[in-house]
Each structure stands twice: as C-alpha cells, then as structure tokens.
Design a protein around this ligand. Structure first.
Ligand SMILES: *Cc1c(COP(=O)(O)O)cnc(C)c1O
Length: 480
C-alpha cells in the first residue's frame, strides 16, 4: 500500500505561493470561531498533491475506464461538450447574490431548462431547486402536504408505498410527516390492484410509484391506479429517476401523475459516481402549482425575473439556498439541446434494447425472477449460484477482476440476492457481449471452481475486506 498524503508531509513544505498582502489585514470571522491551533494538514509540494490525487483517481473505476452497469444509477457516458459549456467563464464566475438584472444569461439557462423539463414530463409547473432525487421527492411531498392543508384535509396522513418502490420513497414520506402503508406487488412485478383498493380511503394522501419500478418493469396498470387514487382524493407521485427509459415515449402527465422528480445527474448526464453534485428538479400538475418552492423564474417580455415567497405566499418556500446546482443545469440543457426531441427518444429506445439484450443472453445462466420484457435495466438473482454457496456479493467482486464495475446487488429488496443490471444506451454491442461473456464465465466458475468466486477480487488495489471487522472496528481516520 502506498503512503497516505499525511505520511508524505515534511514540515515547512508548501504547495502554493501567495502574493504579498497589499491591503490592510482584516478578519471578519468572530473571535470565538477563529482556529487557535493550525489544522493538521499535510505539508507537501504541488507535485505531490497532483500525483497523489491523479494516482488515486486512476485506481478508481469510472465510466471512461470501463463498463459500469450499476442498476438504478444510470451511469451513462457523459458527453464532454457538457463540460465545455459548464466551464464557460460567464457561468463559473457568477456570484449567487448577483442581482437578477446582471445574471440574465444564467436565469435564461434555468428558465429554458425548466421549459424543456415541462415538455419532457408534460406537466405545467417546475422547480430546479432540489439538489438530488431524494430532495426532489421531499419537495414534491411537501407540496402534497401544503395542498391538503390548504383544502382543509389534514386527516390525509397516509402515503401508499408499493413493494417495488425505491427506498428513498418511504424515507421521504416519513420525513415529510406521513405514515407509510405498504402495497403488495404481483408475480409479474406489477402492483396488486386488489391490495391497493383495500387500502384506499379519505386518510390517503397519495401514492409514490417508481415507474419503471425498481425491478425494471413498466407499471402497465398505471392509468387504472391513477384513477383509483384520484377518485379517493389522493395525489400521484412519480419517482422519475428511471426516466432514461421513458424519454419521448410517454410522459408523467399521460400517466396522470401530479408530481415527478427527474434526476438530472442520471438521465441528463452529469458525472455522479462517488457522490458528485446532483440535481432533482420536480414538475407538478395544475393542482400543485401554487405550492412550488420559491423563488420561481418567470419570463416577462424579454427579461427574466424572480418571484419570491412574499408574492407567492402559498409556496412551501426554499428547499435549497440560491438556485440549486447550477453546473448540472448547464450540462442538462446542453445535453437536451444536443439530442433534441428525436434524439431523446432514441436514448430511451437504445437503453431498453441494451437491457433486454443482456436479459436474453444471461437467461438460463442466472435466475430471472420476472420473465417479461424489461425496460432500461434487467433484474436477475444469484439463486442458482447459491446452491454452490456463492452469493450476489461474490459475483459482484469477481466481476471486478475482469476490469468492469459490478451491477447493483441486494437491491431491490423484493427478491433475494438481486443483481440489477443497467447497461445504459451508451454501450455498443461488443461491450454488452464482453460483459455477458464475463457473467457467463463467472456462472461456470461458480460450478467448477467456487473458491475463485468466493475469494475474489484478486486484481484490485484493495482485496477482500473483513466486513465484520470493518463494521466493528472501523479505521477511517489518520492519526500520527
Ligand atoms: C437514484 C434514485 C433515487 C435517489 O436519487 P438521489 O439523487 O440519489 O437522491 C430515487 N429513486 C430512484 C428510482 C433512483 O434510481
């Protein structure tokens, strides 16, 4: 193992040069917050800093290095032209407190992006503020709450959550003060309508549906579900993080949803491995327009203006400081403009074909719990391999030895030992085949040489960790 950057530190070494101070010294930080002892930072020259981080980044796997089929995460290749536009000095140099009249260009980008998202979802209202999918969910469900409060229907305290929902959905409902009620799914992966009917009543605020669901299947009874929810006075929430499967094919509005969040960092291409900046705008139906977060950006003639909470008093207020993650907006708008409406549809069609290709090739080698056409991702389980003592996690680790990223494992929870594979539209046939060959080879290894799979990985910088020890005695912090 190489040294930590702290261990390379030599007292007095510097990685920066500052010009001499030519203004009076001024410290605006109140004294009680001023550091009394220097931070224990490594003292290294710039070359060491640069080499250290570049080397670490090379050890990491990324979409530029290889296949990255992490289900539910849409790890597509992000066009580099996005970085060119997001780096334009007019955008990077702008201060969030700049008055609206001097930031017309940035407001135009946000306004135009909002208009595009409205068109993509078919819904009339939008906010770009939420900085992740989960935060979009919270903004949306808080709008639900404000809507019912306004109507005097505060008895609506329950949120329906199907088994096939993403984990953030129940978490969001609870954070927003709702009680979750589970709805069962059928063998085909779709929602159990009879179970849904038995749970409807005037205490229901709505339902949160991930569509396509976390098992990668389109909820084909969606109109019937929407009519049932609406006729009992509830609202429809769509987790649209899987929008990569629906672009230009259908809209949240056609499916009668009242609110949808879009993960710009997934569908609209921003690098997001390792927790990079995210963006989870929501679009809403007519009913929810008054409650959208403030400020809203409006176009008045040729000028862009901000409407704050003082004007729109029903708004749930801010969900994020300033406007959200602006760089992600620029990338998303570039991407949408570059592909256009026809191109958007192709994205989803290719994502769906790629996932179905993998599903067809791996069928028979791994257990396919729902044997139907899938959308942008396919779900297998390691049930067949379990007979040889090999679990999903072992398969995932063995894939690393072949220079690829593993699929999502043990999620969704509706099946045991899940392997959720999302190739995305940006992979060509040869790359899909290379992945399938690896998966089939690992299925063979599981039968013939299970130890190889159980002890993998062998080629990665960090080998198999002792999970139990890592939990009980985590060693996360450097100390000298
Ligand atoms: C990624 C994802 C989320 C959460 O999005 P974040 O940006 O990570 O908060 C929610 N639902 C689904 C289906 C997702 O794939």
């Amino acid at each position: 193992m190489e040294n930590l950057i702290f261990e390379k530190s030599v007292k007095g070494r510097k990685g920066y040069t500052l010009p001499p101070l030519d203004v009076p010294k001024h410290n605006p930080i109140p004294n009680q917050f001023v550091r009394k002892v220097d931070a224990d930072l490594p003292e290294v020259p710039e070359t060491d800093v640069s080499r250290h981080y570049i080397r670490l980044s090379n050890l990491n796997h990324c979409i530029e290095k290889g296949f990255y089929p992490l289900g539910s995460c849409t790890m597509k290749y992000n066009p580099k032209v996005n970085e060119v536009t997001a780096s334009l000095p007019g955008f990077t140099g702008i201060h969030p407190h700049t008055p609206a009249e001097y930031e017309q260009g940035a407001l135009e980008v946000m306004y135009e992006l909002g208009e595009s998202l409205k068109e993509i979802t078919g819904l009339p209202g939008v906010t770009l503020q939420p900085s992740a999918g989960a935060q979009g969910e919270l903004a949306g469900v808080l709008c639900f709450r404000a809507y019912f409060k306004d109507k005097g229907e505060t008895q609506r305290t329950k949120m329906l959550i199907p088994n096939s929902a993403h984990g953030t959905n129940p978490a969001t409902a609870v954070t927003a003060g709702f009680q979750t009620v589970n709805v069962k799914c059928k063998h085909c992966g779709g929602l159990d309508i009879d179970d849904l009917k038995s749970k409807l009543g005037d205490d229901i605020a709505g339902i949160m549906i991930t569509n396509p669901s976390t098992v990668g299947i389109f909820e084909s009874n969606i109109i019937e579900i929407a009519d049932l929810i609406h006729s009992c006075g509830g609202l429809m929430y769509m987790d649209g993080a899987n929008l990569n499967a629906l672009l230009g094919i259908t809209t949240a509005s056609k499916m009668k949803f009242d609110c949808v969040h879009i993960n710009l960092h997934k569908t609209m291409s921003t690098p997001h491995g390792g927790g990079g900046p995210g963006s989870g705008p929501i679009c809403v139906s007519e009913k929810l327009l008054p409650y959208l977060p403030a400020p809203q950006i409006i176009k008045d003639g040729t000028k862009y203006k901000l409407v704050d909470k003082n004007t729109n008093t029903k708004s749930i207020g801010r969900i994020h400081s300033h406007f959200g993650n602006f760089g992600v907006f620029v990338r998303a708008l570039t991407y949408i403009r570059m592909y256009g409406a026809e191109g958007m549809k192709k994205i989803s069609e290719n994502a769906i074909i790629n996932a179905n290709y993998i599903q067809a090739r791996l069928k028979g080698h791994y257990t396919l719990p729902y044997d139907v056409f899938c959308m942008h991702e396919c779900l297998f389980t390691a049930e067949t391999q379990m007979k040889h003592g090999v679990k999903a996690v072992n398969i995932a680790k063995r894939i690393l030895d072949y220079g690829m990223h593993a699929p999502t494992i043990n999620f969704p929870l509706v099946v045991t030992e899940a392997l959720l594979i999302e190739p995305t539209e940006t992979e060509k046939l040869e790359d899909l085949d290379a992945f399938c060959d690896v998966m089939i080879k690992i299925a063979e290894e599981t039968k013939n040489t299970p130890d190889l799979v159980l002890n993998a990985p062998f080629t990665t910088p960090v080998k198999r960790l002792d999970d139990a020890l890592a939990v009980r005695q985590p060693n996360l912090k450097w100390s000298n």
